[in-house]
Design a protein around this ligand. Sequence first.
Ligand code: GLU
Length: 458
Amino acid sequence: MRVRFAPSPTGFLHIGGARTALFNWLWARQQKGTFVLRIEDTDQSRSTQVSEQAILDSMKWLGLDWDEGPGVGGPHEPYFQMKRLATYDRYAEQLISERKAYRCNCTKADLDVLRSQAQKEKRGFKYPGTCREKNLPRGTPGAVVRFRMPEEGATSFKDLVKGEITTQHKELQDEVILRSDSVPLYNFGAVVDDIEMRITMVARGDDHVVNTPRQILMYQALSYPLPVFAHLPMILGADKQRLSKRHGAVSVLQYRDEGYLPGALINYLVRLGWSHGDEEIFTIDDLIKKFDWAHVGATAGVFNPQKLEWLNQQWIKSTPAEDLGPQTGTPAAFVKLMQERAKNLNEIRDAWAAYMAGELPAVYDEKAVAKQLTAENKPLLAEARNLIGEHFAAGPAAMEHAFRALAESRGLGLGKLAQPVRVAVTGTTVSPPLFETIVLLGKDRTLRRIDAALEKIG
Ligand code: GLU
């Protein structure tokens, strides 16, 4: 069992591409098959090193490791199409010698004339086969290679997701498979590589459904058994339009930078096109065990950033603090305080920088200061300081108990006493449980912060 992911390095890895990679990867891992990564860099004007690196980085971050491909090598090297031109040439020559393909030296101007004629007559343009019987030799200046499509009949295949799909051959034309500079067009490059790399299943976005019958005819012309095909529906925005930047982040690396856990993004992406009863949360191991093609939906998934955020929160809650510590650059003990509330890892990192890292809070929320650090609250804050000094050693519960007792004796709610302390200690009114935070800060640093606040009040 061999599957592949074949991105074109013409942009970052977006979440649709990531889902395609993920389904292939899950299937390979479950079936103990091989997951091949191939870079389809034949569009030289749009392919960049930066995009290629972004794709590799995205896959590594998601944990979608490949068994063959860039950086890993493998028996079918190289895994970059631009380094495989000799192979496409060889296959094209074979097809030409069997009269299944031919050279064509029609110029762009020739074809433009035909195209505008078709337009005038309000019919679709189709290459009329001008060069079919010319037997133009190798070396014909400016010649491309065209595939000889059958004119009659139809090609059908059974897509694992979409079911039976039939295309009438009269809808196809003798398409170019190799340009005059020896660079293959997508259909031919993909077929040759999938043959050479012994791919047994092709799972990709359904924008390629129209290509599949043409590819099937090429497999047949090359006498190679067909792989299984599975075409994954697109991901749409809430407005049912094709997902794009205006629906929020679409690049995998942007989610990494916004503090998402790779597992959460994977969990979200897999559920966007596949279901397992009404389960929502899956570990990666679960997914490897449970993923199947029968439950991949044939209709487009609608991207829901709120659900992704919710899942991220669930993942943050259930990941051991010891693992999140290194990822956030904060001690596990602080992660534990934040885990219940953080929607992303950046919130943990930012909270640490805001009020845990330094001697005093790095930022004071002005509104919170104006409301809580008032002359009226000053005596309360001073009393709270004494309570912390007295009860710190006995732990958070003891400090809370002392606070409650004091508040009660004054006929106040706990908040009236605790909020000024919270602002003094963290600079904000939104922070993890106060007494645990105080414990983590340490007694001396906490008292110095309260002193600083008392001074601020003046
Ligand atoms: N390079 C193609 C793409 O990125 C690959 C399609 C395929 O998987 O065959 O759309």
